[in-house]
Design a protein around this ligand. Structure first.
Ligand code: 2BA
Length: 106
């Protein structure tokens, strides 16, 4: 079994959530904030058995869109650097796949 941790943009999160439910995957949705942009994003925790990994990856890939954003980086501001807007490409999705040692539901 694996835990898939997928960080996606808020704009994509409802469609991804619906697609996961439709495909029969269970997930937990957490409101999160990116460390660089300090913007809200959504982190999904998806517990799956190993053979389901390709399918869940495909669903995430299909529903997470990459977007260009012009931002004044808060990190740059904190460091006293120029706050001239910079172009960053955010997403589609940042995905981690972790082994699950044990899974119980009581
Ligand atoms: P943020 O940390 O807010 O980053 C948003 C976007 O800003 C990133 O998009 C990337 O294009 C850019 N960026 C991030 N750190 C940067 C830096 N030090 N210098 C220049 N540009 C930087 P993504 O890479 O698609 O990441 C989207 C979100 O996924 C991130 O939001 C963060 O919440 C999460 N994430 C990405 N990599 C991660 C990692 N290694 N560990 C944990 N979370 C991660």
């Amino acid at each position: 079994m694996k835990m898939v941790i997928a960080i996606v943009q808020k704009k994509d999160s409802n469609h991804l959530q619906s697609a996961l439910i439709e495909a029969g995957f269970r997930s937990t949705r957490l409101a999160s904030v990116g460390g660089f942009l300090s913007e809200g994003n959504v982190t999904f925790l998806i517990g799956v058995v190993d053979p389901q990994i390709p399918m869940v990856m495909e669903i995430i890939r299909e529903h997470a869109q990459s977007r260009d954003q012009f931002v004044s980086s808060p990190a740059a501001t904190d460091l006293g650097r120029s706050t001239m807007p910079v172009n960053v490409q955010v997403g589609g999705a940042t995905v981690f796949v972790l082994p699950v040692e044990q899974f119980e539901q009581f």
